[in-house]
Every structure is written in C-alpha cells, then in structure tokens.
Design a binder for this molecule. Structure first.
Ligand SMILES: [Zn+2]
Length: 331
C-alpha cells in the first residue's frame, strides 16, 4: 500500500500529515517556489534560500526552514530533500522518504524540463509515488522547439521596431520574465523592465545569475528602439500615453485555445515555464513511479499514463479522485 495524496488548496499527504504548497496558512508546509498560487504565510514553511529571497517580506512573520537543494530535513516520520525543478530561480521538487516503509514520494511542484539560462536545471528523481503538476496535461499542448519560438519572437520584434512601433512583451513578474529578458539581451535588444520584474531580477543577480547586458527599469521614459517587458494586467494605466504599441505574448496556451478564452495580444507564441504534454509523459518515464497522482491541469494526462501502464489518478481541486481507470487499486 502506497502513500495516499489529497488535493485541496494544496497537496496533503494524510499518511505523513504533510502539506505541500498549501495556499492556506498551515503550521508546517513546503513552499516549492515563489509563485503566489503555491504560497501562504505558514508558521513554519520549508523552502530553498532563493525562494525565501524572492518572497522577501511576505514571510516576515514566519519562522522558515531554509533548506538548500540536496540537504536532508529530518522528522520522526520522514526525511525531505529538495531537488532543482527548473521552473524559476529556487524552484524545488520535494523527495519525501517514509521512515516506516522506505517509500519514496516525489512532489514536483511546477517544473520546466527545457533548458533555461536563468534557472537551476530540472533533475529527475526516481520515486515510488509521483505527485505531478499537469498544467498542460492535454495532448493538444505540444510546443515547438524553444530556439524556433525565440527566433520567431526576435524577428517579430525587429519587424515592429523597423516600422517605428513600440514592442511590449507580456511576461509574469517572476521566472518567465527573467528567462525572456536573458534571451532578449543575448539577442542584442535594448530592454526596459517594469518595476516588479526589475526587483525580481535583482534577486537573480544576487543569486549569481548573469545577464548578458544591462537590466534597466522602466520609469516612465520609453526611448525609440527599446523593447518593454511588462506583466500582464498592469500595463493599461502606466502605458496610456504611448502610441503605436504592439504586444507580444509568450505563453504555452498559444498552441491551443486557452481554457478561459483567447488573448488580445497582437502576436502570441508558445513559450512556457511548464513542460508540454509529451515532456510530462517523458518525465514520468524518467522517474519510473509505481503510482502517479496528477494535480492541476487536465485529467487526460492520467489517462495517457494508464495506457502506458502507470496506475495514475487525476486529483481535482475538491480533493475528489476523478477518472480512476481500471488499473488503479482504490483505497
Ligand atoms: Zn509556478
């Protein structure tokens, strides 16, 4: 009998009384990375030192356990060890080894398997039970090679600049923005970044990530020929006075219809900080689990995994098992 997992405002392992990425305040919980859909102000969060730096004052009332990659954290019931997840600076997978049974449970949090110049590279961790984030867990979500997407992005930006237009790239504040910034600078673009992206980038610089050019903050001036990197949703007010703007959006949803409908950018290209469907399947093969839980995303991934012989269950947000399939031994 393997460890059970539940999904309700985070992942809960009842056998070990352990919360992973709870979005409600807990006495003790892992925070796998600094994105807000994985965090809460826990009394005693466990996280990597870089994730703590990125969260800054957010945890000022907490008493965190700063756990570097590869260092075991011992409790009477289990040992937890963090491994790089490749998703953003400091992002971690957690390997939890039960002291009673020796079972190895791997919780991935968000991962990215494609190489990134700004993140610690993803490290596959063999396990018995895998709890996998399945954001793009539908077969239609397959991304083209990253170099091809970045090349198309550069050509689009140069075309807009040559016409005297002002390119805005939409990127989330943390993780994807720093990756895109790195790629733009190495392609020779002059780039201004919005303040929250700038502050996040400072943490990357402090952590030793090198950027191939100057990182400059947008302070209301936008010289001709410069590309602006801005978080979605924030730009309407701040950029009201500038005409001839063109928006480029880099998101995995660009290969299909986003679940919440279409975007309104002038161009959308599939570049993501998550794996596509095939990369999710490849990751499962790489860590060869005996049972799999998928969380977030779509149930189709668990279906494909069962076809491949892995007992796999998709957990929905209400903690109910869905789509169990014939091969799963139920509790
Ligand atoms: Zn994330």
């Amino acid at each position: 009998m393997y460890v059970q997992a539940e999904f309700k405002s985070g992942v809960y392992l009842p056998d070990l009384d352990l919360w992973l990425d709870s979005t409600r305040k807990r006495e003790f919980s892992l925070i796998s990375h600094a994105h807000s859909d994985h965090t809460a102000r826990h009394a005693r969060p466990v996280l990597t030192p870089n994730t703590a730096k990125l969260l800054g004052d957010y945890l000022s009332k907490s008493n965190p356990v700063l756990l570097p990659y590869y260092e075991p954290y011992d409790t009477p019931a289990y040992t937890m060890t963090l491994y790089p997840a490749g998703h953003c600076l400091g992002s971690a997978q957690a390997l939890i080894e039960s002291k009673e049974t020796g079972e190895r449970v791997l919780y991935t949090g968000d991962i990215k398997s494609r190489p990134s110049p700004t993140n610690e590279p993803l490290e596959p961790v063999p396990c018995d039970t895998l709890v996998l984030e399945a954001t793009y867990g539908r077969p239609e979500y397959v991304f083209p090679p990253q170099e091809q997407v970045l090349d198309t992005a550069s050509r689009t930006l140069r075309m807009w600049l040559s016409r005297g237009e002002r390119p805005v790239i939409q990127g989330w504040r943390l993780g994807k923005s720093q990756e895109i910034l790195h790629h733009l600078l190495s392609d020779g673009f002059d780039v201004l970044v919005e303040e929250s992206i700038y502050l996040g980038t400072q943490v990357y610089l402090e952590a030793g990530v090198e950027f191939p050019g100057q990182v400059k903050m947008f302070e209301g001036e936008w010289p001709d020929g410069w590309v602006l990197l801005f978080p979605p949703g924030k730009r309407r007010e701040a950029l009201k006075g500038f005409t001839r703007k063109r928006t480029l959006e880099l998101t995995g949803w660009a290969v299909g219809e986003a679940p919440w409908g279409y975007y309104r950018a002038d161009a959308s290209l599939p570049f993501s900080d998550h794996p596509d469907f095939n990369e999710l399947v490849d990751y499962v093969k790489a860590v060869s689990p005996k049972q799999v839980y998928t969380v977030n995303g779509f149930p189709e991934l668990a279906g494909r995994l069962r076809e491949l012989g892995y007992p796999a269950v998709h957990l929905n947000a209400r903690g109910q098992k869905q789509d169990n399939g014939f091969q799963m031994k139920l509790v």
